[in-house]
Design a protein around this ligand. Sequence first.
Ligand code: JFZ
Length: 453
Amino acid sequence: MILPLVASIAVAGFNGRIQAAPPQAPPTPVIPAESKEQKDARMAWWRKARFGMFIHWGIYSVPAGEWDGKTNYAEWIRESAHIPVDTYNQFQQKFNPVKFDAKAWAKMAHDAGMRYLVITSKHHDGFNMFDSKYTDFKVTNTPFHRDPIKELSKAVRAEGLKFCLYHSIMDWHHPDYLPRRGWEVKDRPADGADFSRFIQYLRNDVQQILTDYAPLGVVWFDGEWENTWKEPYGSELYALCRTVDPHVIVNNRVGHARDRQLGDYSTPEQTIPATGLPGVDWETCMTMNDNWGYNSHDHNYKSVKVLIHDLVDIASKGGNLLLNVGPTSEGTFPPEAVDRLNGIGAWMKVNHDSIYDTTASVFPKLDWGRCTVRTGSKRSKLFLHVFDWPVDGKLVVPGLKNKIRGARVLGGPNVVAEQTGSGVIVTVPMPPPNEIDTVIEVDVDGAPNVSAN
Ligand code: JFZ
């Protein structure tokens, strides 16, 4: 346990009276040594999970994307709309999400098939959505008074999901954070700002979320790209996390410029790497519409079909999907988000075995869909995700050489899979059981064996 800087050690003075020694700077945390096996054990739950919920929630949900007649803002509204900090801080006293129901949120994540949930404890605006000991700019100092992060942590764990927190390094509120926003320097000069004092505030806040809201599955850092955040700050912050909780996973946005050498996995944003990131743990984070934070005018939601295809595409490339919801200032999920979660959940209820605890496809490319795999010591399962159903009822699986043990439609009938020597032909029912993605599980002997030609 590393004591926050404010802690000090009282020692007996020469005359025997107790005197407070000056605050001792805590030792610089060192990244704990870890073998490959130990890291594999730490990452195991995350690699099996494949699917999580991202939540961007803060006082920016009060303006809901609208300012000065424009309606295209969201969580960046203070920066993008050039709102002076004192004006922005007024949203704190307007934040009262009376409809917030942690159990309902956790159930929606669970029923959608998500296995972890990452919510913003602090975004770039600097507002703490938890009961921080180190600032008054926090949710318990609003008309709401409650700590939604604490309530959600309990509800999420009760649903069997891992509870995780997003924490921004960049901070547009703390007086010691540098640089100031360019447009506000004149009215909010940096005189007296001490970045090292900000770093200690950040470390104290991070230590608190790892302690008072333990156990966290992941600390999802962000806002690491500005030139003030340079090494060794990232390494020390990573080391702090792993020292306070050796089991915690930390993403790659802890080090300046998302150095993949720092942090435990890569975080492509709003994009799916064409061939995945071989040999690297990675997670695509993605919005359902066009914004992370709530925008009351943004109804441009992806369809359930597109979202399921994205999930499957990502899993077929060996990655995780972190799918975002931006709740309203009342504490509710937008109705379109609820609809999409329900649609994904209905598909996952039948097909979750083709997502959880699977690895990347063994085929270079499949014209009709995707493949996910679970390799066993003696037998393996190939999950064939058929987006485009064969009109003649014959699904051709090119190059698969394994002896076939059996095949079935997930949630449906057994089917015949014939080994032709140059591949496998599966005779499938007509019409497809699921128009979006019908999954055929093919059980084979040994590890998957696919020839290039
Ligand atoms: C960051 C945040 O700024 C955003 O609000 C959201 O939280 C997202 C998940 O993460 O988005 C970024 C950050 C950096 C870049 C682009 C988007 N960048 O450096 O291009």
